[in-house]
Design a protein around this ligand. Structure first.
Ligand code: NAD
Ligand code: GLY
Length: 363
């Protein structure tokens, strides 16, 4: 079974990511080997509950655990104070203590909310991730970023809090809507572009297998993505340096999500447009070659991700929104650019006029 270790600071906080077809059936055994407590809060959302929560609950009960299910509404609205608070209420009402465990079964929304709940309940209790979207399997379940949203912006209230185990079963993806699959693919493309040219080329050549959800292709996609992320997080857990590379495409992407009110583009679609923008910027500055920029565009196009953004003519509005990013320091944007395909770097001193020109080409 592919196993990747996320090495964090002291060994005590390191954890495995287990990736295997059908591994969800093993969840009872995997947990009893690691968790001696009696209760589990299983956090999920309405859609995932209908497909999978009862099966997982049954497996956990058979393994001897008392399971309390906390079902969130589906979608970004669940990452709120309201549902965090309801989570604390439920934990207290059901008598959970510091020796108990919270398990996230769902996409990034469930993982982020459940993770923050785990980070803060009684100053931190054990946390396990079972991601069910591609985005969660390749990105959000790994690396310990947890958060809820504030009315002023996404992910503004949160903590770095690592899970103790991540269990990834590609079978979950069989029920995932195509648009959600594509949003995860955008993040997978990102890994190829920033860290592994061969992986980017693999994506260019295996679209059919990936869209057909062939096991071998999915396992390769997930394993390579998690390995790249684990390596970056090992070097820089708290995003003081190299972890920022994972934000390739996200500076413009986040601004696009914000100016369109989070209603038009989902995260992966906005990041795809952002990657096109950051790629063009890299090329204009003389780093990325035209040929490599074309490969980047080909991959984005191949997976049916958008190239440009339907957002009127207000380039200035979009430009100003770039500065709401959490990564802005002293009013300077920190761009993640490509030196070449498979190699990203950080650059701050970029002429605003050039950035405006790039944005004009995207809207
Ligand atoms: P999501 O959690 O909203 O899931 C997308 C949709 O798919 C939901 O409607 C969900 O109910 C449904 N779904 C989930 N699994 C399913 C399955 N197997 N079959 C059928 N339907 C299923 O969205 P997401 O894209 O997984 O995550 C987005 C969130 O992740 C955002 O809030 C973003 O901020 C966060 N995120 C966090 C990190 C991190 O490092 N913590 C990284 C990237 C994104
Ligand atoms: N998704 C970006 C990160 O985890 O740092």
């Amino acid at each position: 079974m592919p196993e990747i270790r996320v090495e964090i600071g002291e060994r005590k906080r390191s954890y495995p990511i287990l990736i295997e077809k059908g591994i969800k059936e093993e969840i009872g055994r995997l947990l009893t080997a690691r968790y001696q407590g009696d209760k589990i809060l299983l956090v999920t959302d309405k859609n995932v509950r209908a497909y999978y929560a009862e099966v997982i609950e049954e497996l956990l009960r058979k393994a001897g655990y008392e399971v309390v299910i906390y079902t969130l509404p589906a979608g970004e609205q669940a990452k709120s104070f309201k549902y965090l608070h309801k989570g604390y209420d439920l934990l207290l009402e059901k008598g959970f203590n510091r020796d108990n465990l919270i398990m996230a079964l769902g996409g990034g929304v469930v993982g982020d909310l459940a993770g923050f709940l785990a980070a803060t309940f009684m100053r931190g209790i054990s946390f396990v991730q079972i991601p069910t979207t591609l985005l969660a399997q390749v990105d959000s379940s790994v690396g310990g970023k947890t958060a809820i949203n504030h009315p002023k912006g996404k992910n503004l209230i949160g903590a770095f809090y690592q899970p103790e185990l991540v269990v990834i079963d590609p079978d979950f993806l069989q029920t995932l809507p195509l648009r959600e699959l594509k949003t995860g693919i955008a993040e997978v493309i990102k890994y190829g572009l920033i860290a592994d040219r061969d992986f980017a080329i693999y994506l260019k050549e295996h679209k059919e297998a990936i869209f057909n959800l062939e096991t071998e292709a999915l396992l390769h996609l997930i394993t390579r993505s998690c390995a790249i992320k684990a390596e970056i997080v090992r070097e820089d857990e708290k995003e003081k340096g190299v972890r920022a590379l994972l934000n390739f495409g996200h500076t413009i992407g986040h601004a696009i999500e914000a100016v369109t009110g989070y209603q038009v583009y989902n995260h992966g679609e906005a990041v795809a447009i952002g990657m096109i923008g950051a790629g063009r910027l890299s090329c204009k500055l003389g780093f990325l070659t035209r040929e490599d920029l074309e490969i980047l565009g080909d991959i984005v196009r191949l997976y049916g991700l958008p190239f440009s953004c339907r957002y009127g003519e207000d380039v200035e509005g979009l430009f100003q929104t770039l500065f709401y990013d959490k990564k802005v320091r002293e009013n300077k944007l920190r761009w993640i650019l490509l030196e070449r395909l498979g190699h990203a770097f950080i650059k701050s001193d970029i002429d605003n006029q050039l950035v405006r020109e790039i944005l004009e080409g995207l809207v």
